[in-house]
Write a protein that binds this ligand. Structure first.
Ligand code: PMP
Length: 364
């Protein structure tokens, strides 16, 4: 063993040394339909104005630590119920990590639970924090297996249950009544985190249920709304819970450029909402077009991406790549996703290019 390998073995946690990093494909030169981004920019005149704001941002000082004005803007424009505050994160990825950090325990292994397949950062963040992760498979039709979820909750008494609403990578909304049953089953010992990353495309929310349930945390992001580059997630919960989470938030986690850009963009939230409306229409068109391909199964979507099953996902993916179209091949992620691909909804022009490449990819 070389000296550096010995050093790694003596310092790095064995489970970290054994794991693979979060892989992000290199997208240069590709039509990028793999990461659920909004394809639209802010209009030119707003970009100019934003540039002027960023030019005079205070970069030599740390950001305002409480980020009070950014929080206020998020509360005012993004549908947070009166009397509820938000906590901001460097993307909701950071909020997931913060929740795990706050709930991990040294005395006993705390548990994070979620349906599977779901967003991979739930399991990863649990592991990083030294927690056990329990995944409960969804049913073959991708709906929640409520009896299995309730049994697992009873058995493992998880501190955190993450529910992606709509679910990534399947795109469907779990039944509202199932989620309520889970929140109730966790009462007293566990937090239900309803992750509404795709809320602009689902237009269904648990935010207004916060006053009903002490153990409900609602998490969102501006990433899918058109601001993935600034990295800003937010979550709301009972003030006493938020105060606990805030203790493990890294200081100054929302930088000055993000605060400035977020406040500016949220002053023009109607532009982002119009883009979401256009993407919802494009989603309907793309789903209809995909449904016309023989042998292709299109699953329901309340998000800005569509899950499909094709005869041979690996083959279709390789051919799409050769046409410079990047989608996500999720077929190896979980048995219920066998031969499934996940496609981000984009502009009508990019969707048309994708459909042409897709048609060619299905041809022998
Ligand atoms: N939650 C879900 C369900 C997601 O799919 C994603 C991103 N793919 C995130 C959270 C992370 O979003 P952010 O960009 O805010 O870190």
């Amino acid at each position: 063993m070389s000296a550096i390998d010995t050093l790694v073995a003596n310092t790095i946690r064995p489970d970290v040394a054994a794991m693979h990093g979060y892989h992000v494909a290199d997208a240069s030169g590709f039509i990028k339909l793999d990461a659920m981004e909004n394809p639209y920019h802010l209009p030119e005149h707003l970009l100019q104005e934003l540039g002027a704001r960023l030019a005079v941002a205070t970069l030599n000082r740390y950001p305002v630590a409480s980020y009070a004005t950014t929080r206020q803007k998020v509360r005012d424009t993004l549908g947070v119920p009166a009397g509820y505050d938000v906590m901001l994160g460097n993307g909701s990825d950071e909020l997931i990590a913060i929740l795990c950090m706050a709930c991990a325990q040294q005395e006993r292994r705390a548990v994070v639970l979620s349906p599977t397949p779901s967003f991979v950062m739930y399991a990863r963040s649990a592991q990083y924090a030294g927690m056990d992760y329990v995944g409960v498979p969804v049913k073959a039709d991708l709906t929640l297996d409520l009896p299995a979820m309730l049994a697992a909750i009873e058995q493992h008494k998880p501190a955190l249950v993450f529910l992606s609403y709509p679910n990534n990578p399947t795109g469907n909304l779990f039944a509202e009544s199932d989620i309520v049953a889970i929140i109730k089953a966790l009462d007293g010992f566990g937090l239900a985190v309803v992750d509404e990353a795709y809320e602009p495309f689902a237009q269904q929310t648990f935010m207004d249920r916060l006053p009903q349930f002490d153990n409900l945390v609602v998490m969102r992001t501006v990433s899918k709304l058109g601001l993935a580059g600034i990295r800003l997630g937010y979550m709301s919960a009972a003030p006493k819970l938020l105060a606990q989470f805030d203790k493990v938030r890294p200081p100054y986690n929302i930088n000055v450029l993000t605060q400035t850009a977020a406040e500016f963009a949220l002053d023009h939230v109607e532009v982002l909402n119009q883009q979401a409306t256009a993407l919802r229409a494009a989603r309907a068109d793309l789903m209809a077009a995909l449904a016309k391909f023989p042998g292709v199964e299109v699953f329901p979507s309340a998000a800005n991406f569509i899950l499909i099953r094709v005869p041979n996902a690996d083959d279709a993916n390789v051919k799409l790549l050769s046409h410079k179209v990047l989608i996500k091949n999720v077929s190896k992620m979980h048995p219920v996703l066998t031969n499934c691909l996940r496609i981000t909804v984009s502009t009508p022009a990019e969707n048309a290019t994708f459909l042409d490449a897709f048609a060619a990819s299905l041809a022998a």
